[in-house]
Design a protein around this ligand. Structure first.
Ligand SMILES: Nc1nc2c(ncn2[C@@H]2O[C@@H]3COP(=O)(O)O[C@H]4[C@@H](O)[C@H](n5cnc6c(=O)[nH]c(N)nc65)O[C@@H]4COP(=O)(O)O[C@H]3[C@H]2O)c(=O)[nH]1
Length: 827
């Protein structure tokens, strides 16, 4: 009790100030007793005779067979030890005394010096501290005797008061006051600490020994009194709270008969925190829960979790975490839980199962909490299912072709690289197939792009059906597809697969009630023989495809090293062609066109010549297709037009010039402008210019090309159909455009005399020309025989080595005058 405590503290302080000087006196006495040349004084010199009242405070210890033994105790010491016995070992004494005695005696003996230790003893709830001064001495019989002086040093203090005053919590004891009926009617405060006075907001002096019913503090409220009354005699106790709105006190009650021991703590901040936590938890739009750390049971779930997961709250609270984990993730989930620590943040996505069985992808954030007295974790869940799905869609789009949903070129190369990587250690062969649809362009041009797109989708479907497992089918672009056969394939197997693929893809497609037929060509490269990298294999398969296409399509071809050489040759030619144009290595030669009836040169066809610095003359049949492929033909064609027109200006005005046009020039959309500018620059009348086109101009973008032809015709230039009879449907072209001239291909002229079918064709074309009023020119006339036949069939014009091969511009004047002279001589 506070009052009692103060009194005892005063008394102890007086007693101790008197006694405290004994220690230095004894130390001096010991020192004085040490005889010169000796380490320890004689027992008799220190302990006998002059100790006086201090003798009551001495305990004498001696060593008996290695055990420190009490051989004599003074009266004070006997009270301290609560033991009057002599000749007992130290270990038989109360431990708090024995420990201090042992420590002091051992040190004194070891150092041969007095040693001062302290002993803290608790007696009747009071903590008392004693000086324990050990004085080592020499016994007359040779051994060491240790005289230990014991005396209380400090103020005593009450242990419970010390503990209670050190806590912020309030501690108080109430004694029940019973009424006449024996009921606990009121309480008297019989003990309290400062914490209780502070929390009850009344001075301790106003509370101690007062009745609660006197009022003035929160415990006096009738409701609180009632609850306290119920604890009296009703068992061990309990806990309740007093919330006055601005303050909340938590009361812990323990009942001992008519006594109540109360702990009071201010839990206002805690309650407010709990409230805001509850608010944050309950109303959070993010699914949240608390689960038990030991059993993984859900201890609490918020509304968002109930809604999001679809389990009712009751069901949720009867479940454990494991039930929302997919079985195949139990291991990783459980391992993550073991590592969870105080704060947890997902380092990966987790899958959770909802009540309807659907899976969601989530990130979880957790924190260790104590929830209703249990260790647990508060977890917040972020559902990222949509985000992951969107990411997956974007990744899919980045890797797949939008039209057919087949892997695209990048993804194909990635998969091919993986297949090569997998196969490398065991030298497995991987087949790379480049596939191109035959006649796809026709479908696109004839039926339009939407139809072409639908066809490509159907092709992709068939590819997917045939190309399975680890194999990959991809669309590289346009009508180009590619396949990887990843299993160790032999050339025979690859060949068989390619044949099957061609068969499957060549079967008719039904689109909008139409039956569409396309074929497929395949080029194959096999690792490691045809290459070890994806780039090498794809390049080589592409070369093999080129060969398959050039053989007419519908077939597959394996890569052969010689193709590589051809490709190299082709690359060389492309490079040389580009250089040739800027180096001025091209020139035009001119071949006369002879009017049969008038027996005169009616014009010249300009034919391009390339004088290669190393290879000499290169045939236009060889380099023009390459110039077309690399787009050089557009600039080259414009140059030819300008050059030919300028040259023709030097000729007699009734001599025309014919210029060949490539279908690629039509695509450039600049053709009409190029013709206008060539005519304008040279000053050549449009009527003296003939433009020769082949049927291929009508194979693509027919409408646009026809429009260009009409524009050219409107300029006044004439249009000739070259190589007539070698294409597909020549007659329909004649109907679609009013040509000025048809040039009969030299293949028909060549065998005119020997093959009746050639004669029939020449006859038919000449007849056609006559009736359509179109000039007919026969190409490649080499003999007078051929000339006679052509004249007889009514052909208007001829051209060929019989008259002259194509000659350089400088020789034209001579050609013209030579022909005129010959003609007049013949006449
Ligand atoms: N065996 C034989 N051949 C004869 C005879 N008379 C003429 N030739 C050849 O027949 C080809 C006629 O030209 P083309 O059919 O327009 O065929 C031309 C033409 O399609 C193309 N070409 C030539 N110059 C140009 C040009 O400036 N532009 C375009 N786009 N193509 C051109 O190159 C093709 C080949 O030209 P060349 O090699 O000069 O071959 C020329 C010519 O030299 C003959 O009696 N017997």
């Amino acid at each position: 009790m506070i009052m009692a405590n103060k009194k005892s503290a005063k008394t102890s302080a007086k007693f101790n100030s008197e006694m405290f000087a004994d220690v230095p006196v004894l130390q001096r006495k010991w020192q004085a007793a040490v005889r010169p040349g000796e380490k320890l004084p004689h027992y008799e010199d220190v302990m006998l005779g002059s100790l006086g009242r201090l003798a009551d405070h001495i305990v004498l210890l001696r060593n008996v067979d290695g055990v420190l033994t009490v051989s004599h105790t003074g009266r004070y010491v006997q009270t301290w030890l609560n033991d009057e016995r002599w000749d007992i070992p130290l270990s038989a004494l109360p431990p708090d005394c024995a420990t201090a005695l042992t420590e002091a005696a051992a040190n004194a003996r070891e150092n041969c010096r007095p040693y001062l230790a302290s002993a803290h003893c608790v007696r009747d709830g009071l903590v008392r501290t004693f000086d324990v001064l050990a004085l080592p001495t020499r016994s007359r019989w040779g051994g060491i005797l240790v005289g230990v002086y014991v005396n209380e040093r400090n103020a005593q203090y009450n242990l419970l008061d010390t503990i209670f005053s050190a806590t912020d919590e309030g501690v108080l004891s109430l004694a029940a006051i019973r009424n006449a009926r024996g009921e606990a009617a009121d309480f008297q405060i019989v003990h309290l600490n400062q914490g209780a006075a502070r929390l009850l907001m009344q001075p301790a002096t106003d509370l101690l020994w007062r009745r609660l019913s006197a009022g003035g503090n929160p415990l006096a409220a009738p409701l609180v009194m009632n609850r306290l009354r119920r604890f009296v005699g009703s068992g061990p106790g309990g806990q309740f709270e007093i919330d006055s709105g601005d303050r909340c006190l938590r009361l812990g009650v323990t009942a001992f008969g008519d006594m109540l021991s109360l702990t009071v703590s201010d839990v206002t901040a805690l309650k407010r925190r709990e409230e805001s936590f509850r608010l944050l938890f309950e109303n959070n739009p993010m699914p949240m829960w608390v689960f038990a750390a030991d059993t993984m049971e859900f201890l609490s779930v918020n509304d968002a979790a109930v809604q999001h997961y679809g389990y009712s709250r009751d069901r949720f609270l009867g479940m454990t975490l494991r039930e929302i984990w997919p079985e195949d993730e139990w291991g990783v989930h459980a391992a993550a839980l073991r590592e969870i620590g105080d704060v947890y943040q997902s380092s990966r996505d987790w899958r959770h199962i909802r009540a309807d069985g659907t899976e969601i992808h989530v990130l979880t954030f957790g924190r260790k909490v104590t929830f209703e007295g249990r260790d647990g974790y508060l977890v917040a869940v972020v559902d990222i299912t949509e985000r992951r799905a969107a990411e997956a869609r974007i990744a899919h789009m980045a890797h797949h072709d939008g039209l057919t949903n087949l892997p695209n070129r990048d993804f194909y190369q990635e998969r091919l690289r993986e297949a090569l990587e997998r196969g490398r250690p065991s030298s497995k062969r991987v087949a790379v197939m480049c596939l191109d649809l035959d006649l796809f362009k026709n479908v696109n041009d004839s039926f339009g792009h939407p139809m072409g797109d639908r066809l490509l989708k159907l092709v992709a479907e068939r590819l997917r059906e045939v190309v399975r497992d680890d194999n990959v089918a991809a669309r590289l672009g346009g009508d180009e597809f590619a396949v990887v056969l990843a299993a160790d394939v032999s050339p025979n197997e690859a060949s068989g697969f390619a044949e099957r693929l061609i068969d499957v893809l060549s079967a008719p497609y039904r689109i909008d009630g139409l039956e569409v037929v396309v074929g497929a060509s395949i080029g194959i490269a096999l690792s490691p023989g045809d290459g070890t990298t994806s780039e090498e294999l794809m390049r080589n398969a592409d070369m093999a495809l080129y060969r398959a296409k050039s053989e007419g399509g519908g077939v597959h071809h394996f890569f052969e090293p010689e193709m590589d050489q051809q490709a190299q040759k082709r690359r060389d030619m492309e490079r040389d062609l580009r250089a040739a144009f800027s180096n001025g290595e091209f020139e035009l030669h001119y071949q006369p066109l002879v009017d049969i009836a008038a027996d005169r040169i009616s014009g010249f066809e300009s034919l391009l010549r390339w004088q290669h610095p190393q290879k000499g003359m290169v045939s236009p049949a060889e380099f023009i297709p390459v110039a077309e492929d690399i787009g050089l033909i557009v600039a080259l064609g414009e140059w030819v037009l300008r050059e030919a027109c300028a040259e023709a200006m030097k000729w007699p005005t009734d001599v025309k010039v014919a210029v060949n046009l490539s279908p690629v020039q039509f695509r450039s959309r600049n053709l009409v402008q190029a013709v206008i500018s060539a005519l304008a620059h040279s000053g050549l009348p449009a009527q003296r210019l003939e433009l020769e086109i082949t049927e291929s101009v009508f194979l693509a973008e027919t409408e646009a090309n026809l429009a260009i032809l009409h524009q050219l015709r409107e300029l006044g230039v004439s249009i000739s159909m070259d190589d007539f009879g070698t294409g597909y449907s020549s007659l329909s072209y004649l109907r679609s455009f009013p040509f000025d001239k048809i040039k009969i291909d030299r293949s028909f002229v060549k065998d005119l005399a020997r093959r009746s079918d050639c004669l029939a064709i020449v006859r038919a074309i000449s007849g056609l020309g006559r009736s359509l009023k179109i000039t007919t020119t026969a190409e490649g006339v080499e003999t007078t025989d051929q000339l006679d036949w052509l004249r007889a069939e009514g052909c208007n014009e001829v051209q060929g080595f019989l008259f002259s091969a194509a000659r350089p511009a400088g020789e034209i004047a001579a050609l013209l005058s030579g022909f005129a002279a010959r003609a007049s001589k013949a006449a």
